[in-house]
Design a protein. Structure first.
Length: 179
């Protein structure tokens, strides 16, 4: 070490003053240029990125709020549709009961009409049979009376009176016999 000090060589740990001043000047010059030119660009780029991120967050919150509103609207529509379906089912059930009641009433009316028609037909058949029976009995009575009396009862007026009197006597006999 002593040797280096005597030889006049400079110590590598101690910088040269000229280089030190030129290095400091260059550093401050580059630092100034960077501060004036690049720092505003970096700041602007960082602000834009921050705005994008904050805008994206805000848009995401708005989209989430819109999705929530849409979900609530969907749920309301679903509840309304369920209510409408229940109302329609109840209405259909009531209409079905009404149709069944009407059909029963129509079937009952039709049955009554058929029974009344059957009774009327039976009464008409009975009346017709009674008329046919009276006519047949009358003819037989006239024939029998002609044989008993021995004279002809061909006169229609006489024949009718005889038949009517005979039938009247027949009608009164069962009444007096049942008493």
């Amino acid at each position: 070490m002593i040797h280096l000090a005597q030889s006049g060589t400079q110590n590598p740990l101690v910088p040269n003053l000229t280089e030190l001043i030129l290095g400091a000047f260059a550093f401050f010059l580059i630092f100034g240029v960077l501060a004036k030119v690049l720092v505003p660009r970096f700041s602007k780029m960082l602000e834009e990125r921050t705005d994008k991120i904050e805008g994206g967050l805000q848009r995401a919150e708005e989209a989430q709020a819109e999705a929530g509103r849409t979900l609530e609207a969907y749920r309301a529509q679903l509840a309304e549709a369920r209510h409408e379906a229940a109302r329609l089912r109840e209405e259909a059930r009531e209409q079905g009961a009404q149709i069944i009641a009407e059909m029963r009433e129509q079937a009952s009316a039709e049955a009554r009409r058929l029974i009344d028609a059957a009774h009327a037909q039976t009464e008409a058949d009975r009346t017709q049979a009674l008329q046919a029976l009276k006519s047949e009995v009358g003819t037989l009575a006239v024939d029998l009376a002609s044989r008993v009396v021995g004279e002809s009862l061909a006169d229609e007026a006489r024949q009718r009176r005889t038949v009517e009197r005979f039938l009247a006597e027949l009608e009164t006999q069962p009444e007096s016999a049942s008493r």
